[in-house]
Design a protein around this ligand. Structure first.
Ligand code: C2E
Ligand code: MG
Ligand code: MG
Ligand code: MG
Length: 271
C-alpha cells in the first residue's frame, strides 16, 4: 500500500523495510525462546529400501510448536539462517536425532538436514562428533543431507568438509537434487553417498516424459558414480511403480509413511 501511495521513491519503502526487519527480529526472539522453552520437536519420516521393502531409516524433520501453532521449517529455517541462530538450532537437531535414534530397538539410520550456513560453519565436524559421542550412536547410522546451496562457494572447503565427515564414518546425501544449478558436475566433484531426487520430478513423472527421463538419467548416473538414489515425495502407487521401474534404491513419501513422532517411529521399528 505504501508503494502505491505515491511516486516519491525511497521514502515510501522505508516503513515497509522497517516492518520486515521488525518481523524478523520478532521471530528471532521467538526462536531464542523456543530453544529455551523446548518448543522444538523432531518428526521422523520413514525411508523404505525398495529392494527389501523394509524401513531402512528415517529423515528427521524439525517442527516448532510456536505460540501461534505448529510451524513448518520452510517458514522459520531461513530466518534462523539470517540471524545466525541456525547453528544453535542445528546443534540441537543433531544431538536430539542421535540420542533418539540410539534408543530405537532396531539400528535404523537417521538422516539430519544441514542448512548451507551450518555446513560451511567451522564447528560442524566438532558438533557432529560430539552428538555421536554423547549419544553413543554408531556413526554409520547417521546420514547428513545437504542441498546444492551448500556447494556454491569454495569447492576445496566443501570437499575437505565432506571428506572429514566421511572419515568419521557418517554418510552424506545430496538433497533436493535437480532444483539447483550445474548439478551434474557437482555430483562428479563431490563424494556423496546418496542422491535424493527432488519430489518435483517424482510428482511430474506420469505426465511428463521429461521428468521421467531426468529420474532415469539420475538413477543411471548414481549407479555409475557409486551413489545410491532415493526418490522423495512419492504420494501414489503409480509414482511408486514408476520409481521402482527406474531402479531407484529408496523411496520416501506420504504413500510409504508421513513424518511421525519419535515414539511412533520407535514403535514402527519394534513391529
Ligand atoms: P527436505 O529435507 O527436502 O524434506 C522433505 C520435505 O518434504 C519435508 O517437509 C516432508 O514433510 C515433505 N514430504 C515428504 N513426503 C512428501 C510427499 O509425499 N509429498 C509432499 N508434498 N511432501 C512430502 P518439511 O518437514 O516441511 O520440511 C521442509 C524442509 O525444511 C526440508 O526439506 C528441509 O530442507 C528443511 N528442514 C526440515 N528440518 C530441518 C532441520 O532440522 N534443519 C534444517 N537445516 N532444515 C530442515
Ligand atoms: Mg532432507
Ligand atoms: Mg528433500
Ligand atoms: Mg526440500
Amino acid at each position: 500500500a505504501a508503494k502505491s501511495a505515491g511516486g516519491a521513491g525511497c521514502r515510501f519503502f522505508e516503513p515497509e523495510m522497517d516492518a520486515r526487519m521488525q518481523e524478523r527480529r520478532k521471530v528471532e526472539l521467538e526462536l531464542r525462546r523456543a530453544l529455551a522453552l523446548k518448543q522444538f520437536e523432531l518428526f521422523y519420516q520413514p525411508q523404505i529400501d525398495l529392494g527389501t521393502g523394509k524401513v531402512e531409516g528415517f529423515e528427521a524433520l524439525l517442527r516448532w510448536h510456536a505460540d501461534e501453532g505448529l510451524m513448518s521449517p520452510a517458514s522459520f529455517i531461513p530466518i534462523a539462517e539470517e540471524t545466525g541462530l541456525i547453528s544453535q538450532i542445528g546443534a540441537w537437531v543433531l544431538r536430539t536425532a542421535c540420542m533418539q535414534a540410539a534408543k530405537w530397538k532396531r539400528p535404523a539410520s537417521v538422516a539430519v538436514n544441514l542448512s548451507p550456513l551450518q555446513f560451511r560453519g567451522s564447528d560442524l565436524v566438532q558438533t557432529v562428533m560430539s552428538a555421536l559421542s554423547h549419544s553413543g550412536l554408531d556413526p554409520e547410522r547417521l546420514e547428513l543431507e545437504i542441498t546444492e546451496g551448500a556447494l556454491l562457494e569454495d569447492t576445496d572447503l566443501v570437499i575437505s568438509t565432506l571428506n572429514s565427515l566421511r572419515a568419521i564414518g557418517v554418510r552424506v546425501s545430496m538433497d533436493d537434487f535437480g532444483t539447483g544449478y550445474s548439478s551434474l558436475s557437482y555430483l562428479q566433484k563431490f563424494p556423496f553417498d546418496k542422491i535424493k531426487i527432488d519430489q518435483s520430478f517424482v510428482q511430474r513423472m506420469q505426465h511428463s516424459g521429461e521428468a521421467s527421463a531426468i529420474v532415469r538419467a539420475v538413477t543411471r548416473l548414481g549407479v555409475s558414480l557409486g551413489m545410491r538414489t532415493a526418490a522423495e515425495g512419492v504420494e501414489t502407487e503409480e509414482q511408486l511403480e514408476a520409481i521402482r521401474a527406474e531402479g531407484c534404491d529408496q523411496v520416501q513419501g506420504y504413500l510409504t509413511g508421513k513424518p511421525m513422532t519419535n515414539s511412533d517411529a520407535a514403535a514402527l521399528l519394534s513391529e
